[in-house]
Design a binder for this molecule. Sequence first.
Ligand SMILES: *[C@@H]1O[C@H](CO)[C@@H](O)[C@H](O)[C@H]1NC(C)=O
Ligand SMILES: CC(=O)N[C@H]1CO[C@H](CO)[C@@H](O)[C@@H]1O
Ligand SMILES: [Cu+2]
Length: 176
Amino acid sequence: MGLRNTFLLGLFFVALVAKKSLAAQHVVGGSQGWEESTDFNSWASAQKFKVGDQLVFKYTSGLHSVVELPNESAYKSCDLGSALDSKKGGNDVVKLNKAGTRYFACGTLGHCDQGMKVKITTVAAGSNATSSPADAGSSSDASTTSASSAAFANFNSFTSFFAMAILSATIMVFAF
Ligand SMILES: *[C@@H]1O[C@H](CO)[C@@H](O)[C@H](O)[C@H]1NC(C)=O
Ligand SMILES: CC(=O)N[C@H]1CO[C@H](CO)[C@@H](O)[C@@H]1O
Ligand SMILES: [Cu+2]
């Protein structure tokens, strides 16, 4: 039946949107943005950065820039010469694609030394929700199966709420 397929396709997209919305965008510095006067330490400590999230650096292009520094010592000493990457657009998106600490500073002369820098520590996306690598002791066949079903259960719990909401809404539309 065509209606059923349309409905299933709809659910699929709802699930995609629900999963995507879990990845947060963090505007660096909050409403103040990437500016010299922003207190980036207190901003960052109030955030939770997860793998898949994005940073957005918002600033007036030309006044500031975003450079990524390789390590803690380069970050502390504002060693801009060691920069891994540089962005100047004024609306720069950085994807946090793995767990760990990354270091960003402004590339404009003197700004990093004035404190225009931020250290971002990213944690694994489901770090507190799922953890059962301890089970992987028996046969390799069994551990592979349990790992993939655990991943599926994790995805499901996030999306099932949205799916159920849409399901009941659709039923109501057809009923009335
Ligand atoms: C930090 O990075 C700089 C530049 O790449 C390098 O020279 C230095 O040895 C690194 N320091 C540490 C502690 O890894
Ligand atoms: C259940 C579980 O793994 N809880 C952990 C959540 O994360 C905190 C620290 O990040 C741990 O202390 C808990 O053990
Ligand atoms: Cu600057």
